[in-house]
Write a protein that binds this ligand. Structure first.
Ligand SMILES: Cc1ncc(COP(=O)(O)O)c(C=O)c1O
Length: 384
C-alpha cells in the first residue's frame, strides 16, 4: 500500500497560527499614490522622495540611460551617473571614495564581508541592524556581540584578541532612534588598531553639518581607519546604498565584495534621484535642523502627556507599548484617525519591547505635528 506523500509545507500552517496567536502576524498594505494618511511611518526624513527636482531627475535618468542598468557594475551596469553620485557622496560626507550598490542592505553585507576573513574578530553592537548582523553571519569571522552602546565591552572584546579586528555599529539605531557613542568607539578601535565600520542609514541627511552624517558629526570624516555605509532610501528619498571610506578600502570592495560584483547595478532612475537629492540637500542645509526640531517637538509633547519615549538623537521617536497586541491595535486606531505610524514588535526589536515608531520629517508643519500628537495621546492603550 502506498503511503500518501507528506505535505512539504504543512508545517507552515502551524507557524502561521502561532504567529497569529502571539499577535505577530504581518500583512502587506499597498498604499495608494494619493494616500490621505499623514505619514509618520516612512523614512523620507527630508521630504525629498516626491520633490519635483528628485522625481524629475529620476525620470530624466530613466529616459537617458534606460529603466534598468543592464548589468553588474563591473560589466555594463556603471554609468556616468553612478560615477558622479560616488564622487558627490564621498565629497559631501568627507571621505576619499565611495562605491554605490543596489541597497543599503547590500552595502552592509559588502563592507562587513570584504573587511573580514575567518579568524578576524568582529565586535558587533547587540542592537545593530539586521543587515549588519547578516554580514557578520556571512563573514565567517569570530563575532563578539556586545551589549548595546557599551564602549567598555567593545574595548574588552578587542583587548582579548591580537588579530585583525573590526568593530561594527549603527550610527543611529533604527528601533529607539538613539545615537551610538561614535567618538568613544573610534578611540577604542584606534587604541587596538581595529577598523570601525559605521552604518549611517539614519544619520545621513539628519546629523552633522548640513546633514553630512553621524561620522562627520563625530569628527570621523576621512579617518584612515573608518568605513561608513549609507542608504540612499531614507533622507535622499531614493533607493540604493553606498560604502564610503579610504580609497584602498573602496578598491578592495570593488574587487572582492560579492554583493557588489554579482548584483545588477543600481537603476539609473534611483541613481539620478539620489544625486539630485544630495544636491538639494547641499543647497538647503537647514532641512536637517528642521527634521531634528520636529522630532524633539514630538518627543516633548508625547512624554509631556505621560507616554514613554527616549529623547531622539535624530529623526526617530519610539513610544513604548505595553504588549505586541496593544501596539498593533494602537497603530490600527491611529490609521483610523488618519495617521500612519510604524509598529515594531518581536522579532524586530532586540529587547522584546513593542513600540510605535514615529518618524519626523522636515516638511511636517505645526498643524500636522499637533494633529499627530493629539491622535497618539487620544488612542494610547492603558499601560502605555
Ligand atoms: C540601520 C539600517 N541599515 C541598513 C538598512 C538597509 O538599507 P536599504 O533599505 O537601503 O537596504 C536599513 C533600512 O532599511 C537600516 O535601517
Amino acid at each position: 500500500m502506498s503511503v500518501p506523500p507528506r505535505d512539504p509545507f504543512g508545517w507552515l500552517d502551524d507557524a502561521a497560527e502561532q504567529r497569529r496567536r502571539a499577535g505577530l502576524a504581518r500583512t502587506l498594505r499597498p498604499r495608494p499614490a494619493d494616500s490621505p494618511l499623514l505619514d509618520l511611518a516612512g523614512n523620507d526624513y527630508l521630504g525629498l522622495s516626491r520633490h519635483p527636482g528628485v522625481t524629475g531627475a529620476a525620470a530624466a535618468a530613466a529616459r537617458r540611460w534606460g529603466a534598468g542598468s543592464t548589468g553588474s557594475r563591473l560589466v555594463t551596469g556603471s554609468t556616468a551617473l553612478h560615477a558622479e553620485l560616488e564622487e558627490a557622496l564621498a565629497e559631501f560626507c568627507g571621505f576619499e571614495a565611495a562605491l554605490v550598490l543596489s541597497s543599503g542592505y547590500a552595502a552592509n553585507l559588502a563592507a562587513v564581508t570584504a573587511l573580514t576573513a575567518p579568524g578576524t574578530l568582529l565586535v558587533s553592537d547587540a542592537a545593530n541592524h539586521a543587515s549588519l548582523i547578516d554580514g557578520c553571519r556571512l563573514s565567517r569571522a569570530d563575532t563578539a556581540v556586545v551589549p548595546h552602546a557599551d564602549t567598555d565591552a567593545v574595548r574588552k572584546a578587542l583587548d582579548a584578541h591580537d588579530r585583525r579586528a573590526v568593530a561594527v555599529s549603527d550610527s543611529v539605531f533604527s528601533v529607539d532612534g538613539d545615537a551610538a557613542p561614535l567618538p568613544a568607539l573610534a578611540a577604542a578601535c584606534r587604541e587596538h588598531g581595529a577598523a570601525l565600520l559605521v552604518d549611517d542609514a539614519h544619520g545621513l541627511g539628519v546629523l552633522g553639518d548640513g546633514g553630512r552624517g553621524g561620522p562627520y558629526a563625530a569628527g570621523l570624516a576621512g579617518a584612515y581607519d573608518t568605513v561608513v555605509t549609507v542608504t540612499l532610501s531614507k533622507s535622499l528619498g531614493s533607493q540604493g546604498g553606498a560604502v564610503l571610506g579610504p580609497r584602498r578600502v573602496i578598491e578592495h570592495l570593488l574587487n572582492t565584495a560579492r554583493t557588489f560584483i554579482f548584483d545588477t547595478g543600481l537603476a539609473p532612475a534611483a541613481t539620478g534621484a539620489a544625486l539630485a537629492a544630495l544636491r538639494l540637500l547641499r543647497g538647503e542645509p537647514d532641512r536637517p535642523d528642521r527634521v531634528r526640531g520636529v522630532a524633539a517637538e514630538l518627543h516633548r509633547r508625547l512624554t509631556g502627556a505621560g507616554l514613554t519615549a527616549r529623547a531622539p538623537d535624530a529623526a526617530v521617536v519610539s513610544v513604548r507599548a505595553p504588549s505586541p497586541e496593544a501596539a498593533v491595535r494602537w497603530a490600527a486606531d491611529l490609521r483610523t484617525e488618519g495617521i500612519a505610524v510604524g509598529c515594531f514588535r518581536p522579532p524586530s526589536v532586540p529587547d522584546g519591547v513593542s513600540r510605535l515608531r514615529l518618524t519626523a520629517r522636515a516638511d511636517l508643519d505645526a498643524e500636522q505635528v499637533g494633529r499627530a500628537v493629539e491622535a497618539v495621546i487620544r488612542t494610547a492603550p492603558r499601560g502605555a
